[in-house]
Design a protein around this ligand. Sequence first.
Ligand code: PLP
Length: 401
Amino acid sequence: MAPRGPRKPPRRGRAKATEVTEAGRDPFANFGIVNPPVYHASTVLYPTLAEMERIGRAPFDHVYYGRQGTPTTFAFEKAVAKLAGGYRAIASGSGLAAIGAALMAFLRAGDHLLMVDSAYSPTRKLCDGLLKGFGVETTYYDPCIGAGIKKLMRPNTRVVFCESPGSLTFEVQDIPAIAKAAHAAGAVVLLDNSWATSLYFSPFEHGVDVSIEAATKYLVGHSDAMLGVIVTTEAHYRRVKTAASILGAVPGPDDCYLGLRGIRTLAVRLERHQQNALKIARWLKGRKDVARVLHPAFADCPGHRIWKRDFTGSSGLFSFVLAKDCTKDALARMLDHMEIFRMGYSWGGYESLILPADPAPYRSAVPWKAPGTLIRLHAGLEDADDLIADLDAGFRRLSGR
Ligand SMILES: *Cc1c(COP(=O)(O)O)cnc(C)c1O
């Protein structure tokens, strides 16, 4: 008999690296072709009145009308729901459209929303503009509040919105503690999970009710499509799907196809983004002209302990703070001549990006204080040493050497 080794912990289902290659496709329902086809559709025809009425009674479960999605949309949604471990997914025309639909599904005039202070700034604009105009009151809360959120809950608090780690500043939130307090007070927990994706943070195992991803970023992964996706528990699916389909911000089938294709390589891409970001972050940490590196995998990042407890990896996006404020001219000398890191909004593609940013105007609960300019990096899939050399030359231009 073979000697018995240590007993491995039972694994629940397959690894995510396997799921990404399998989810949302059925080749033998499609002539054996590996990938599902792209269906373009607005009108869907019904052969009889009875059939039209039958499908009309359950429009979310059939190919009903282009706005409810085509089989290509459903394939993308199925894959995302499977990876996230949720009930079903709802594709949206962009990450921001997904956030808007999810918030509007739950909030009515007179309701109260708790929004994390480190939220993606357009999410804040949605709260302070449209939602305020519709009679929804928003209170911003400290991303590190944890169980303390209990004190902010009001009888009319319907939604607690989290984004972990935070945009630009990367505080990691204690989602289980927040979810416990929110649920005890009858509120739902929405999470913007774009940074980690469900590969590195499983939302529904940590108490989230509705998980949102800007699929534009890592799922699409090639900077060539706008796409969002919402995954919910069974209890909330109908409400969110109804809101999303009434708002009508649906993606085209070609973009759903690109999202689905991106998912196939998500595990390997994220691994490389992770390694490159870690190597660059370690290098930055050793520099005297860098005051802080804001990256959840480092012990001095607010919430690092929670990241270690709840996440299974870190992605390619992080920030650092210069030791001193620099002049606009010095910053331009650095940024205008980068050879690999390019300047531009968004992130999650294969290419590296660099962006100066000031979180201060987007903070109200906890003012942002830092010695110098904040720079956000997206570590792409290039060679890490080439990326470091590009940054090193940039620092030399910045200091005028
Ligand atoms: C980019 C981004 C979004 C919005 O996604 P779009 O597809 O650009 O609308 C939402 N949340 C976070 C954290 C993002 O970085």
